[in-house]
Design a protein around this ligand. Structure first.
Ligand SMILES: CC(C)(COP(=O)(O)OP(=O)(O)OC[C@H]1O[C@@H](n2cnc3c(N)ncnc32)[C@H](O)[C@@H]1OP(=O)(O)O)[C@@H](O)C(=O)NCCC(=O)NCCS
Length: 131
């Protein structure tokens, strides 16, 4: 049975099996930093094993940004990502904006959760961890 938890304690090493296919996946040190810096973490665990997680940052009043949503390949298409997203949208209910960035391939998933396409801009640095 999959158990969901808000602001669960994730050990950085538990994220090692995620970020599949990323051009520049985060190091262990960065995983620790992003977990510590997140304002919301929602987890899905099966028999204690982390099978999916969502992280978000927020100003605590108007804006929230869903930074990561990852479901293990073995556990995709079982409604787990939807559960995590529903928890996050509920958590930030009443906020002016809940924002996320996604690949076009996943857009339909987010549209099912009420997200709409907007015009946006960003700076992305694939060498972000190289010091
Ligand atoms: C995208 C992702 C978060 C979806 O989570 P999931 O647990 O597999 O999705 P669910 O089982 O909750 O699916 C819910 C609905 O969305 C649809 N859906 C799931 N993944 C989809 C995708 N990639 N594209 C379009 N629709 C998708 C499902 O068909 C389902 O539709 P239904 O309710 O009509 O049956 C997950 O597949 C994932 O982690 N993918 C790899 C990492 C990733 O792409 N993260 C997002 C970075 S932008």
């Amino acid at each position: 049975m999959v158990e969901y938890k808000i602001n669960d304690d994730i050990k950085p090493g538990e994220l090692d099996c995620f970020f599949q296919g990323w051009k520049s996946p985060p190091s262990l040190k960065l995983k620790e930093k992003l977990l510590n810096g997140s304002d919301l973490i929602v987890t899905a665990r099966e028999d204690g094993k982390l099978v999916a997680f969502l992280t978000a940052i927020s100003d605590g009043a108007m804006h929230a940004f869903i930074s990561l949503l990852e479901v293990l390949e073995t556990h995709q298409s079982k409604g787990i990502g939807s559960h995590l997203m529903t928890h996050a949208v509920d958590y930030f209910k009443g906020y002016y904006d809940i924002v996320l960035i996604t690949d076009p391939d996943e857009a339909l998933f987010y549209k099912k959760h009420g997200f709409q396409e907007i015009y946006g801009m960003h700076i992305r640095d694939f060498k972000y961890e190289i010091e």
